[in-house]
Write a protein that binds this ligand. Structure first.
Ligand code: KIV
Ligand code: ZN
Length: 546
């Protein structure tokens, strides 16, 4: 048994199944690039049968990230497929351009799933699993099989199914605790039992995939690894269905910080963690809770006097990891008003951002403007500035001007000027319950993309009255009331995240909302094109039960 743990990242598949985490194809590509730089072994890039858009997004990642020559080995690119030929065909179509493609097929094995969801007997499930794996193996040498809801499956039945899919050609056997039900002792014992009782398993990699419904996902994953699993399926920030998946950063840092306990390693470059965490949060609009382990804003903050005193004497009194180990930089005064382009570029490069000339010029201009308003520019400011500049969706509308009047006298009023896709300038004014509400109403009057604001959060990047404010919003598409029942049946309410940063939080709010609206417009356009090309998608053909 080797001691290398393969890190299988499923942020773009299980993570994207988080309520409201939909990402555009370009955002997925950018995250996949970040994951490759991070050093993950396998990227599960999506579920190609879910929609033509998903297939294309996976294909793009397979082509570009799956053949990267950026100085690190291309990761395996994996696509998920239910145990049907149609899904497997689509998965293969999507991942085949990668240098190292993988097909991941799954079928539920718990009694409750077989009886109520699949309406299949054990023998039928066994036969279908074997057939799916054998079919996938005709295309691809690397086939992963998951018995969905393994955590609640009869272990004897699992040994049987796993033994048969190994004979059919499965190379990785992933054991999911789909509903986050098991405890670490139970899950560790399940993995040990599988390794001990499944014929042929010694030639395969055993993988673990845990959900966090009881807050035990990381503990269960580590228990599975201790019991002999050598692949961990994880997501950045732990995003995923319901309470989420095991978070990559927790597993990687637990293995590293407690190396003496686990004796296991991974290929992840932990110094990239903070950066990719921010990228995922900005793109999905899912804010990381401040007390989240490793990547939360407070993960390395020391508030109590006693702790601060201890830290000053020796950081090891209260810190088991250094912030810089995970790419969190504490340096305060980085650059100022008089810093030149060269210093700016060098600092960004040190932080892991290599910008092309055009982006660098734009970012430098933003930096100079910021330096006029703010005396000291920290790494956190630079992160926010780069995120605001680079991590933005295709700009359909751009913000050309914003003016607000608010306070205790009169009605909060906003005038907004946007440039439309054809270059036309549109100006509207609106009143609202506050300056942000008025701004959003004025933007809605111009763009007219019906939506509901489901989340709005603002936080300051650093302390101080001149701090940059970061705003994250999530909006949900709203269908016109006039739609038919048939349209209602197939509609897919999607959520879009937007991010903006500025020293003026109303401007940051406007930018964040516009970013989310631009995504919604692009998705609506793509939806219209797909609707023209495709026959209606039935619920059955799009739902992922995992
Ligand atoms: O949670 C789950 O069971 C899954 C499978 C598809 C692996 O996501
Ligand atoms: Zn899952």
């Amino acid at each position: 048994m080797d001691n290398y743990v393969r890190i299988f990242d499923t942020t773009l598949r299980d993570g994207e199944q988080s309520p409201g985490a939909s990402m555009t194809s370009s955002e997925k590509l950018e995250i996949a690039r970040g994951l490759a730089r991070l050093g993950v072994d396998i990227i599960e890039a999506g579920f190609p049968a879910a929609s033509p858009d998903d297939l294309e997004a996976v294909r793009r990642i397979a082509r570009q990230v799956g053949n990267t020559t950026d100085g690190y080995p291309p990761p395996i690119i994996c696509g998920l497929a239910r145990a049907t030929r149609a899904d497997i065909d689509k998965a293969w179509e999507a991942v085949s351009p990668a240098q190292r493609p993988r097909i991941h097929t799954f079928l539920a094995t718990s009694d409750i799933h077989m009886r109520y969801k699949l309406r299949m007997e054990r023998q039928e499930v066994l036969a279908r699993a074997v057939e799916a794996v054998a079919y996938a193996r005709q295309f691809c040498d690397d086939v992963e099989f998951s018995p969905e809801d393994a955590g609640r499956s009869d272990p004897e039945f699992l040994y049987l199914v796993l033994g048969e899919v190994i004979k059919a050609g499965a190379t990785t056997l992933n054991i999911p605790d789909t509903v986050g039900y098991t405890t670490p002792d139970e899950f560790g014992a399940l993995i040990a039992g599988i390794i001990h009782n499944t014929p042929g398993i010694e030639n395969c990699i055993v993988s673990v995939h845990c959900h966090d419904d009881l807050g035990l996902a990381t503990a269960n994953t580590l228990a599975g690894l201790r019991a002999g699993a050598r692949q961990a399926e994880v997501t950045i920030n732990g995003i995923g269905e319901r309470a989420g998946n095991t978070s990559l950063e927790e597993v990687v840092m637990a293995l590293r910080t407690r190396a003496a306990v686990y004796g296991l390693t991974s290929g992840v470059d932990a110094t990239q963690i903070a950066r990719i965490s921010k990228l995922v949060s900005n793109y999905t609009g899912i804010v990381v809770q401040p007390n989240k382990a490793i990547v939360g804003a407070n993960a390395f903050a020391h508030e109590a006097g006693i702790h601060q005193d201890g830290m000053l004497k020796n950081y090891m009194t209260y810190e088991i990891m250094r912030p810089e180990d995970v790419g969190v930089n504490r340096s305060r005064l980085v650059l100022g008003k008089h810093s030149g382009r060269h210093a700016f570029k060098a600092r960004l490069a040190e932080m892991g951002y290599t910008l092309n000339e055009a982006d660098l010029n734009q970012a430098f201009e933003r930096f100079k403007n910021l330096a006029d308003k703010k005396k000291t520019i920290t790494d956190a400011d630079l992160e926010a500035l780069v995120a605001d500049e680079l991590f933005q969706p295709e700009e359909v509308y751009t913000l050309e001007g914003l003016q607000v009047a608010c306070g205790t006298m009169g009605m909060p009023t906003a005038s907004v000027r946007l440039r439309g896709p054809d270059g036309t300038l549109h100006t509207r004014a609106a009143i609202g319950s506050g300056p942000v509400d008025a701004t959003y109403k004025a933007m809605d009057a111009i763009i007219q993309a019906p939506n509901t604001l489901v989340e709005f959060s603002v936080h300051s990047v650093t302390e101080g009255i001149d701090a940059l404010g970061e705003v994250t919003v999530r909006i949900q598409s709203k269908q016109p009331e006039t739609r038919t029942d048939a349209q209602k049946e197939i509609e897919n309410v999607r959520t879009f995240g937007g991010f903006g940063a500025d020293t003026d939080i109303v401007v940051a709010s406007a930018k964040a909302y516009l970013a989310a609206l631009n995504k919604l417009i692009v998705a609506n356009r793509a939806g219209e094109q797909t609707a023209e090309l495709e026959s209606p998608v039935t619920e059955n053909s799009v739902s992922v039960s995992a």
